[in-house]
Design a protein around this ligand. Structure first.
Ligand SMILES: [Zn+2]
Length: 108
């Protein structure tokens, strides 16, 4: 199966763009979860910035082991106002991660 990473990253960016202005001081991030060539979930940064996009995309999934995550910003690794997103990525057994540098328009 040929996987078009740019296609799924573009979907994630479209989500981020639709959510512009809703995330307070946090960047507007979009996330798409793909398994076997099918989008099985997506998420955006919540109003005022928490929870983060990756958490919103993954938390509702019961079984996404082996899926790939496409997100518009590198997942956070620190405790801030939310737990680090890498925790749920590991817990859900995500197999691949694709990201691209955040475009300036998504940062306030
Ligand atoms: Zn995060």
């Amino acid at each position: 199966m040929i996987i078009n990473h740019n296609y799924y990253l573009d979907l994630a960016f479209q989500l981020a763009e639709r959510n512009l202005g809703q995330t307070g001081l946090n960047p507007s991030v979009g996330t798409v979860v793909v398994k076997n060539g099918t989008v099985i979930s997506f998420g955006v940064t919540s109003i005022n910035g928490k929870p983060h996009s990756e958490f919103n995309a993954l938390n509702k999934l019961k079984n996404c082991s082996g899926a790939s995550l496409y997100t518009t910003l590198e997942p956070c690794v620190h405790f801030g106002r939310t737990p680090p997103c890498v925790n749920i990525i590991i817990k859900k057994k995500i197999n691949g991660l694709q990201t691209r540098h955040l475009e300036k328009k998504f940062i306030y």
